[in-house]
Design a protein around this ligand. Structure first.
Ligand code: FO1
Length: 315
């Protein structure tokens, strides 16, 4: 079905795998150049001297059709020869950085060392992979998600998420650098010119919150004059992927659709929930549809449902 209102400028905030899938669906359904994705960099970390940007790479690889079909992160059919050699030297290879993925991280680190901003590097990598949507890091500055846990104390995001498989009990989250981090070049302009803003179904606390920790981004959303909608990362009290429900419970937040909607209170005009949550009564206008994205077709269908719905909210 044709979109009743053809959007020319849509901005999506996205984190890891779930966000990347919807971003790919939106890119498929919108005209080339219509979609700007503001990607989370709170997961970024230094690994053997390399600057790794997991969420930017997950979005980039997914939009380029290169992403590992099961994991969602990393590159399909990538090899692990570099990791095998590290292990031969006795290293603990808990972070599974593949050989093809290594090239992305070598180049990013090399160009950062030359003084190029992350936003310019990301644009170059995306352009070389044929990604037509614009992918902007939320900031070119340092803003790191830090996880305080009962069992292991203060952990970097990747230690918490990958090394300890998000099992430690989270007592507090912090976004170090939020006082000084500025939006990356193009971010505020994209938000100011947007006809619609979408918070992708990423982990609210680990993927969207770091983007909102860039104060000027949160302020731009709060002052928006166009609809902003969020897609739930939870269905019937269960996370689609990862520790969303676990963390919300551990931090004393309501870990269901209503809990996520209230977490975004003030920043969204609409909330997209799965049919399994059709009974939920929210403050925001609610779209009820199948929000599972098991196939690329699902991604485009959900994107179209959301865009059509925003078109009505638009009017
Ligand atoms: N996630 C894992 O669960 N295990 C891994 O070994 C792993 C390696 C990895 C390598 C490069 C990269 O860009 C991402 C990688 N991820 C891995 C995903 C990443 O840790 C998370 O997906 C995000 O940071 C959270 O969205």
């Amino acid at each position: 079905m044709a979109l009743n209102h053809t959007f020319r400028r849509v901005v999506a905030l996205a984190g890891g795998v779930g966000g990347a899938k919807l971003a790919a669906g939106l890119a498929a359904r919108l005209p080339h150049g219509a979609l700007t994705i503001i990607g989370n960099t709170g997961d970024d970390f230094r690994h053997y001297g390399l600057h790794v940007s997991p969420d930017l790479d997950t979005v980039m690889y997914t939009l380029a059709g290169l992403a590992h079909p099961i994991n969602g992160w990393g590159i399909a059919d990538d090899t692990r020869r570099m990791l095998e050699m590290l292990a031969r030297y006795g290293e603990d290879t808990w972070f599974g950085l593949g050989d093809l993925d290594l090239a992305t991280n070598l180049l990013r680190t090399h160009w950062l060392a030359q003084g190029k901003p992350l936003s310019q590097i990301t644009a170059h990598l995306c352009e070389r992979l044929g990604v037509t949507a614009r992918l902007l890091p939320m900031t070119d500055d340092s803003l790191a998600t830090v996880v305080y846990t009962a069992e292991q104390g203060k952990l970097s995001f990747q230690e918490y998420f990958v090394r300890y498989r998000w099992q430690p009990t989270v007592t507090r989250l912090a976004y170090e650098g939020e006082e000084t981090a500025q939006p990356a070049a193009g971010v505020l302009e994209a938000l100011a010119q947007a006809e619609a803003i979408i918070l992708c179904p990423s982990n609210p606390l680990l993927s969207i919150a770091p983007i909102l920790a860039v104060r000027a981004i949160r302020e731009a959303l709060a002052a928006r004059r166009v609809p902003c909608v969020a897609i739930s990362p939870i269905i019937a009290g269960a996370a689609l992927k990862g520790p969303t429900v676990k963390i919300m419970n551990e931090l004393g937040l309501r870990a269901d659709v209503a809990g996520v909607a209230s977490y975004y209170d003030g920043l969204i005009d609409g909330f997209v929930v799965d049919e399994a949550d059709r009974e939920v009564a929210l403050k925001q206008q609610t779209l009820i549809t199948n929000i599972r994205m098991m196939t690329p077709t699902d991604r485009g269908r959900l994107a179209e449902d959301v865009l059509l719905w925003i078109g009505d909210l638009h009017q």
